[in-house]
Write a protein that binds this ligand. Structure first.
Ligand code: HXC
Length: 269
């Protein structure tokens, strides 16, 4: 689908996207690139990164990939520094890397719970922490008044409760708290805007193929989805463009729900 935004809304910006080689992260990489940004992708799997970078370059997008795990502080530091060295600045950090599996609390070990918090919550914080020195106003490549932007990909699971997702619900609740606290402190001190996006079920993503299945893909579930359809990665990328560009310049500390209204709904009776 064609973008409703002008092709230069993030022109000249440099975006680092964790989990940027697949699913929602890859579409954000693609759309940011198509709207003028240079793209650095961070991910764990070299082959997946290489193929994503080739696809971006074939669209004429300036792109580079770095292998790394957001759970390792040294990887986060190296990737942020390498992005800066390669492009000479950093404007946008998108935390899209996430871990997930369906499991009941009885079967989830504390280490399994911790693993997902390590990726989603601590990983997001670690990336923000390492990126601060390049995102804050007055950083190399930035003006003394303009700070960068952080976007944290969240979920809606923890607004209520979600079966077999206790670890992810807890992890995303921490992500939302991190978004608000950094928005407050870094918005005030460094002119950095920090926002989140909470996607609903999005088709053709690793998350969906793992998590859902029939109940959401089947017609039964569609009966109680307000817009009667799954979202597309494109929908999340457009929300990301709005928040990361000047269109969202007064938006700070919010997590924008992009789920077609699903989290509000109950089956019709
Ligand atoms: C129960 C599991 C498990 C499973 C791992 N563990 N998989 N427990 N069921 N299916 C437990 C292990 O037993 C172990 O605990 C601990 O977790 C660490 O396991 P490892 O295999 O060592 O972890 P690791 O190789 O680091 O992999 C972690 C991973 C990750 C979380 C499984 O590889 C992963 O999820 N990758 C997929 C990425 C993905 O799907 N991304 C999309 C996210 S979608 P013990 O106690 O045995 O040592 C998303 C959307 C949310 O986030 C919102 C949806 C609406």
């Amino acid at each position: 689908m064609e973008s409703p935004f002008k092709a230069d809304i993030v022109k000249g910006k440099v975006a680092l996207i964790t989990g940027g080689a697949s699913g929602i992260g890859f579409e954000i990489s693609t759309q940011f690139g198509k709207h003028g940004a240079s793209i650095a992708i961070m991910g764990r799997r070299k082959q997946v990164i290489d193929s994503a970078v080739s696809s971006l370059r074939s669209l004429g997008i300036s792109a580079i990939g770095f292998q790394g795990d957001v759970r390792k502080q040294e990887d986060a530091k190296r990737v942020v520094e390498s992005t800066f060295k390669h492009f000479g600045r950093l404007d946008i950090l998108v935390n899209a890397a996430a871990g997930n599996f369906l499991v009941s609390p009885e079967d989830l070990s504390p280490n399994g719970f911790r693993t997902v918090l390590d990726i989603d919550s601590v990983g997001t914080y670690t990336m923000c922490h390492e990126a601060l020195k390049y995102l804050k106003k007055g950083a190399p490549g930035r003006s003394s008044s303009g700070g960068g932007v952080i976007l944290n990909i969240s979920a809606t699971l923890h607004y209520t409760a979600a079966w077999y997702q206790i670890h992810v619900s807890a992890a995303k609740a921490a992500v939302d708290a991190t978004t608000r606290n950094l928005a407050l402190e870094w918005g005030t001190d460094y002119d950095i805007r920090v926002n989140g996006i909470a996607p609903g079920p999005i088709g053709n993503t690793p998350g969906m193929s793992k998590l859902a299945p029939e109940e959401i893909n089947g017609n039964k579930a569609k009966d109680y989805m307000p817009l009667y359809k799954l979202g597309e990665t494109w929908d999340i990328a457009m929300a990301a463009l709005y928040l990361a560009s000047d269109a969202g310049k007064y938006v700070n500390g919010t997590t924008l729900i992009v789920d077609g209204g699903l989290w509000l709904s109950r089956p019709r009776h």
